[in-house]
Design a protein around this ligand. Sequence first.
Ligand code: HEM
Length: 267
Amino acid sequence: MTSTAVTTGPAIDATTTAPALEPDLAVPPSPVPFSELLRTRTRSGHGTSSRAGFMSDLMRGTCSRDDLVRLLVQYWHVYGALEQAAVGAAAHPVAGAFVTDRLTRLPSLEADLGHLAGPAWRDHLDAVPATIEYVGRLRGAASSSPTAFVAHHYTRYLGDLSGGQHIGRALRQRYGLPDEATSFFTFDGVPDPTAFKDEYRARLDSLPWGEADEEAVVTEVLHAYDLNARLLDELDAERGLGAERGLGAERGLDAGPASGAPVGAVS
Ligand code: HEM
């Protein structure tokens, strides 16, 4: 018995070139992972924060010890509020997945401040206006809205595990500061920051949130970057450098050395 080939259409002629398929009709576009969309949509905010004159000075070794203390004092306020918000968010079915003790920074900030400013560091906790606004946002929106919480969590901790690692190295190498004074920048609970960030981005990519919620995260991250940039600008203004840098421009790249003794020079 001879078998009959069953064909459902014309045989494919492998020798002819198939007409190009309209790419957008043939294959549905693969959705951009949320972590990638978030990074792309907030890139400008990151540029503004990371180019702040204060950060440039810190990285190149021209800040004073007082400057560093002022920065860590602002962070002490910010992380106090962020980590308080995390306590509340821990029980949330979605936001809670981001909360982990491995990231907690407040004890490290307190240890660094004790080392750099002495045992009376709590007597000098003045916050600049942007810090006060930042704390208000963390106690308000980030403590009541899971999207705002995730946005603020992402902006600070992924930043600390990225640029923060470079800053910590600069503080140790350029200023000769010991590990005990720079522990804020070292995550003992995260020995492999790259692997941790990959997992974090995978978590962002599996958020069960729709477009409106994703949009809310993007907007809040941009807000967080703005608060961080203003905080740094206001620290610059305290040093008498805000006006001469021209806020909003390519800040800090051509600024002269900061006043005050270098961090490493003061015991
Ligand atoms: C001198 C200052 C800074 C430098 C040199 C710097 C550098 C970097 C670098 C190299 C990355 C990419 C890391 C990677 O792909 O894994 C990064 C990512 C990031 N930075 Fe910064 N940064 C600085 C300041 C800041 C500031 C002030 C913030 C905000 C608080 C911030 C928030 C972030 C965030 C959230 C990411 C993760 C972006 C993502 O991959 O989704 N950075 N930074």
